[in-house]
Design a protein around this ligand. Sequence first.
Ligand SMILES: O=C(O)CCC(=O)C(=O)O
Ligand SMILES: [Fe+2]
Length: 190
Amino acid sequence: MFAHSPPGDDLFGQPPISGLRQEEEFVSLQEERALIDRINASKLSPFRFQQWTGKRLTHSYGWSYDFQTGKFAPTDPVPEWLRPLRARAECFAGLARGELVQALLIRYDPGAGIGWHRDRPVFRDVVGISLGEAATMRFRQRNRDHFKRVNVPLPPRGIYHLSGEVRHEWEHSIAEMPAPRWSITFRSLV
Ligand SMILES: O=C(O)CCC(=O)C(=O)O
Ligand SMILES: [Fe+2]
């Protein structure tokens, strides 16, 4: 428990790590339901990396990064239903309209999570919206022989922005959850 920041600190006070910003209740309950339905109706496919097939299902718009081949390429444009949310996410993150060129839909079925990683270096800002089950985003940074660790709650309907230090100098992961969670992450390019 000691790795946790004091309750609310990350949401209302100084961010626990520089470059992390969050806001609660960014979307309403009704919007959350509608977004979940849209994600479920999308062409989701299991995340694959080498021999490994992840339990989480994803679909990208705008740009896609294929972890199998390392190929980064334009793909289907961000659909109409996601555009108003993207505009609000850009506003929240202090970005210009249209800067968040990638949208990644993820469904985490029970037992799914995401392992330690830093997002691909072709991307700059990462702005994520959480839907469904509450999650914990774990951050770690290697310091000589040990990791500094910080755990941050991701409440449903909240938004977070990773930029600067937390984006480039820390890794993050999400522990497996007992119930489904959906996320929409928008990214800008460097
Ligand atoms: O589900 C999330 O909020 C984060 C997903 C993530 O870290 C990623 O796709 O790189
Ligand atoms: Fe990530």
